[in-house]
Write a protein that binds this ligand. Structure first.
Ligand code: BES
Ligand code: MN
Ligand code: ZN
Length: 489
């Protein structure tokens, strides 16, 4: 499993700076005024630092951006990186500045001179997130970065601020690892085992097996998994950090470990990307990990439906009718619209067993949401304006793109079936919305509910300020913040 780089905070001490190997990073505000660290570095480089800070190149840097000095003579360091960070920067800008450092960490170690930085904890968080590297399957020695030291004005205070952020980074890494992992390794067995291992952190974890799911009547979920050699499972993770007896918030994730489309099989090109179709379950797992690591004072239950959507002699066919745990029957028009079938039963189970105070589901649910919003924003759907606004505010504060889309009875009407209570698809038009309408049929009337379609945001082909290419962990930060701000006592 990937863990954030080891990182320590120290008081500013410039002895030995000239002999230091690895990278030296100087964080400077928009005025280019430096403290003792910058002056010392300038002296050692015979004025190169001051010349750069007075140049147009430095003036052209935006807050959060950085540049390497061309010839840091006078130092043993392999590079000197100057990072600009406005004095009044927000946390997201401080994290982005940290990200530019995290992208360039050295094997020989990195020293960050950040004595004037108020948001040093956020800077360190961004650094950690961007330094993520999924190298589990690279047989050559991993390019592990050396230790990172941040010299700051008040190390104790910064370390205290950084502690909950370190728990958050661990959660994001957990989500990214799960989402990046190929499906021959992350089977339903392996996924459930990784979740069960979180019992060590104080989470209560239960694994419901196929016979349990059959007894519960989860015909919609079981239909999706019946073509696979890997058995379907539902994993329940409870974190009880809140008042005893207080209704929990429920987080529900789509955990399709691989989505071939089933008998309605997908085209070959790009099918390998469907290893990420458990991304919703990955986010739920990452949030639960963070809550446990930072001992959140809230009751939260995470439920994930783990299945594999395969074509086989036992697979579900187009035209099959399945019966959900709720009792409603579903005509499976397209076996590739499987995520909603899985979520239908897990949503219903969550309500029947836990009577939660609210529910948030996450799913790589539709290609249509990518057509609508691209890869910049997750599609947000909700039956409760106040709850939804709380989530959107949290997402904005964390810099995670999220955009609400409409719902309504006219969309729901597209799901009418000739022979069953509903079909599992509503046609191409507004495909992300009709998928959300399908889910809402399994949400009780007075239950505050948010559906997050993360098909476009869970995994990216290009890197971002806070993540290399691949799984992003989108949503772990926003949900953690919403829980902290709204649900913790
Ligand atoms: N897992 C896919 C959605 C998806 C597409 C996720 C691209 C990530 C990237 C989902 O199960 C699916 O296949 N949806 C179909 C639904 C359709 C058959 C109604 C789709 O979007 O094409
Ligand atoms: Mn599918
Ligand atoms: Zn899918």
């Amino acid at each position: 499993m990937s863990h954030p780089v080891p990182l320590q905070f120290q008081p500013v001490n410039l002895e030995g700076l000239a002999e230091l190997a690895g990278r030296i990073v100087l964080v400077v505000d928009e005025n280019g005024k430096t403290g003792a660290a910058g002056r010392r570095l300038d002296k050692l480089t015979r004025g190169a630092v001051a010349r750069y800070l007075a140049s147009g190149d430095f003036a052209a840097l935006k807050s959060g951006e950085s540049a390497d000095l061309a010839w840091p003579a006078g130092l043993a360091a392999e590079a000197v990186q100057v990072v600009k960070l406005d004095r009044k920067a927000e946390a997201t800008a401080a994290r982005a500045a940290g990200g530019t450092i995290g992208r360039a960490l050295s094997k020989a170690g990195t020293l960050v001179l950040a004595e004037g930085v108020k948001l040093a904890a956020d800077l360190s968080f961004g650094l950690a997130l961007r330094a993520y590297d999924f190298s589990a399957h690279k047989t050559a020695e991993a390019k592990r970065p050396g230790p990172v030291t941040l010299m700051v004005a008040d190390p104790e205070k910064t370390a205290a601020e950084a502690a909950p952020l370190a728990a958050l980074a661990e959660g994001v890494f957990f989500t990214r690892d799960l989402t990046n992992e190929p499906a021959n390794i992350l089977t339903t067995y392996d996924f459930a085992a990784r979740l069960a291992a979180m019992q060590e952190l104080g989470l209560e974890v239960e694994i419901l097996e196929e016979e349990d799911l059959t007894r519960l009547g989860m015909g919609a979920l079981l239909g999706v998994g019946q073509g696979s050699e890997s058995p379907s499972k539902v994993v329940v993770m409870q974190w009880k950090g809140g008042a005893e007896g207080e209704a929990p918030l429920a987080l529900i994730g789509k955990g399709v470990v691989f989505d071939t489309g089933g008998i309605s099989i997908k085209p070959a090109a790009g099918m390998e990307e469907m290893t990420m179709d458990m991304g919703g379950a990955g986010v739920v797992a990452g949030v639960m990990r963070t809550l446990a690591l930072r001992k959140a004072r809230a009751n939260v239950v995470g439920l994930v439906g783990l299945v594999e959507n395969m074509p086989s002699g036992r697979a579900q066919r187009p035209g099959d009718v399945v019966r959900s745990m709720k009792g409603d029957t579903i005509e499976v028009i397209n076996t590739d619209a499987e995520g909603r079938l899985v979520l239908a039963d897990v949503l219903w189970y969550a309500q029947e067993r836990f009577a939660p105070c609210g529910m948030v589901d996450l799913a790589t649910l539709t290609g249509a949401i990518i057509i609508a919003l691209g890869h910049e924003n997750t599609g947000v759907f909700s039956n409760d304006d106040a709850f939804c606004d709380q989530f959107l505010r949290a997402a904005r504060a964390e810099g995670e793109g999220a955009w609400r889309l409409p719902m309504g009875p006219a969309y729901d009407a597209k799901l009418k079936s000739r022979i069953a209570d509903m079909m599992n698809v509503g046609g191409r038009d507004g495909g992300a919305i009709t998928a959300a309408q399908f889910l809402q049929r399994f949400v009780k009337d007075d239950m505050p509910w948010i559906h997050l379609d993360i098909a476009g945001t869970a995994l990216l082909k290009s890197d971002t300020p806070l993540a290399p290419k691949g799984a992003t962990g989108w949503g772990v930060m926003a949900l953690n913040r919403m829980i902290r701000d709204r649900f913790e006592r």
